[in-house]
Ligand binder design. Structure first.
Ligand code: ATP
Ligand code: MG
Ligand code: MG
Ligand code: MG
Length: 563
């Protein structure tokens, strides 16, 4: 039987004030309530209460993964670099990877995600179609050297992920494994009590085709998604494609192509357009000798005619990170082409000044290039499809005005196909006796991030506010007074505990009732039971943490109610 948790013995130090460097609710409250402690930027220690909540989330994830036939394994986090070199991700991940060497100089990395290693495991363990399909999963620590580990537990450099991988011989099998995961994720997030949306997403560094994200709307989120109020359409803005509306924000008519007889000067262009030479235009494509030299698009990129001369001269292009991006019009970001889309593919260009790191590093995620020229520095198949989504833009499915919202990415599912199987030649013997190439899916949930997302969505002015399934206890008993109250509190605690209710009892001596009440609200257990003024009569108060509703009950009534 579980033990009653006594605050007098529990290592929990609550704080009245927010930590100085905290920007997000989860950071402030999880630290103040004594759930976690920051060890270094993006690196967190889970203290006793936090560890309980974390384990409850992990348990829900585990139960639902087991229910779809997933088999739990545990792979190492310290990994040889060769498999990641073979897949190309050793390069592709760039600065995001933690790299290290052993004493002999062999190179390793700390795993950011494990497609390569799981592919090798299955290649080793499965040889026939009879060994498949298989779903493997782990709940494990991942490492990514994130550029901005500022959002508390939401974005760690060390964090916990449930990652699973499906292996099938047929496309139908993969579609089925994907559907199983999608449904399991819905059950998981419902049980956790997270408000979420499923949106179409970009596969990014994973590769592969179909991919959806589970997004938990919250202001602290770092993803932006569009949501149609009229139909089912929802997508991460990274994945949105639709034709550019002909809009004019600058009095200039909609997109127009200019043909000038000679090498253009700014003056001839301005004259041709009938605008001042200093104008800034958003609906403009400039081609010189059949080559696009500048593009302005509504909402984001504009062409400053006065600076067009610079565009024509060799440019110095430098790399900037997402951090520098805010509010900068001269940076190119998140552009999508007509195909369904990745980020823009940057092209090597001999005219880019030598010595810039831009060409080799340009495909890094979350990296943007400054001073680039569309069509010259990167490929735009059709500039009309270069869009930046804004609220009110038409839904590609039904035309209604889209809503734009912030959200936290809590899960991501991918149909990878044969990308990794091709790299590692993962075949099994098929029914016809010939080798068959295996097809894969990969599926992630941020387990530690889910804890933080719950805080962002459910906390209130008083503090944390957990649902029963993931709270560190079911009932928080406050002994508000002296010996008689403490005695009653402990006795109720034992009775509830005996009935299988998880109890946290605040039996601290020398701590005022006021402080105990404040701490109980902050810690956020769903039911608060107070042994106070009427303890001598065997009457306690039962309070719902979320609604604030309270009721006086005799001990036996209270025990009956809560068991
Ligand atoms: P993000 O867009 O937030 O950087 P991601 O798309 O890079 O996340 P995936 O590679 O899809 O993340 O990983 C699967 C899941 O792992 C994510 O959906 C998210 O819930 C979680 N996750 C990813 N990065 C972090 C992190 N730095 N800290 C905590 N959880 C993370
Ligand atoms: Mg990421
Ligand atoms: Mg993402
Ligand atoms: Mg993702």
């Amino acid at each position: 039987m579980a033990q009653v948790q006594r605050m007098s013995r529990l290592m929990v130090k609550t704080l009245r004030d927010d930590p100085a460097d905290a920007e997000t609710l989860n950071h402030k409250l999880l630290v103040r309530a004594g759930y976690v402690r920051r060890t270094a930027a993006g690196i967190w220690t889970w203290l006793p209460l936090g560890k309980k909540v974390y384990e409850n989330v992990a348990r829900v994830v585990r139960e639902e993964m087991d229910a779809i036939g997933g088999q739990e394994v545990l792979l190492p986090a310290l990994l040889p670099k060769e498999p990641y070199e073979a897949s190309g991700r050793y390069e592709e991940y760039g600065d995001l990877l933690f790299r290290l060497k052993d004493r002999k100089g062999s190179e390793y990395l700390l795993g950011p995600t494990h497609e390569e290693i799981f592919t090798q495991v299955v290649k080793d363990q499965c040889s026939s179609y009879k060994d498949l399909p298989v779903i493997l999963y782990q709940i494990q620590t991942k490492y990514r050297d994130e550029a901005r580990p500022r959002a508390g537990v939401l974005r760690g450099r060390e964090f916990q992920m449930k990652d699973s991988y499906s292996f099938d011989t047929t496309d139908e099998g993969l579609a089925e494994a994907y559907a199983l995961h999608r449904a399991a994720y819905q059950r998981i997030f419902e049980r956790l009590g997270l408000d979420y949306r499923i949106v179409s997403a970009v596969s990014g560094a994973m590769g592969g085709s179909a991919s959806e994200e589970f997004l938990a709307p919250a202001p602290a989120g770092e993803d932006t998604f569009v949501d149609c109020p009229e139909c089912d359409y929802a997508a991460n803005t990274e994945a949105v494609t639709f034709a550019l509306k002909p809009v004019s924000t600058d009095g200039h008519p909609a997109v127009e192509e200019l043909d000038t007889p000679d090498t253009p000067t700014i003056e001839t262009l301005a004259e041709h357009l009938g605008v001042p030479a200093s104008a800034t235009l958003k609906n403009l494509l400039v081609k010189v000798d059949g080559e696009i030299v500048a593009v302005g698009v509504p909402g984001d990129r504009e062409v400053d005619l006065g600076k067009l001369g610079e565009h024509l001269a060799p440019a110095t292009v430098e790399l900037v990170t997402a951090e520098d991006f805010e509010g900068r019009d001269d940076l190119v970001r998140g552009y999508v082409g007509p195909q369904g889309l990745e980020k823009v593919r940057y092209l090597a260009d001999p005219r880019v000044a030598p010595g810039t790191s831009w060409i080799t590093g340009a495909n890094k995620a979350d990296t943007h290039a400054r001073n680039v020229v569309c069509g010259r520095d990167f490929e735009v198949d059709d500039y009309l499809d270069v869009v930046v989504v804004e609220a009110g833009d038409p839904c590609p499915a039904c035309g209604a005005g889209l809503k734009l919202d912030r959200a936290i990415e809590i899960g991501h599912i991918f149909q990878l196909g044969r990308k990794y199987a091709d790299t590692f030649q993962l075949d099994v013997l098929g029914q016809q006796g010939k080798p068959v190439r295996v097809t894969m899916g990969s599926y992630g949930i941020g387990v530690s991030r889910a804890v933080a997302a719950l805080v962002e969505q459910t906390a209130d002015e008083q503090g944390l506010c957990w649902s029963k399934e993931i709270a560190p206890a079911d009932v928080h008993i406050v002994a508000a007074g002296k010996a008689v109250q403490t005695e009653l509190a402990l006795s109720v605690a034992e009775q509830l505990n005996a009935a299988g209710v998880r109890v946290l009892v605040d039996d601290r001596a020398g701590v005022s009732p006021g402080v105990k009440f404040t701490d109980a609200e902050l810690i956020g257990v769903p039911t608060i039971l107070v042994a106070g003024r009427r303890s001598a009569d065997g009457v306690v108060e039962v309070k719902d943490r979320r609604t604030g509703e309270r009721e006086e009950l005799t001990v036996s009534e209270a025990v009956a109610r809560l068991t």
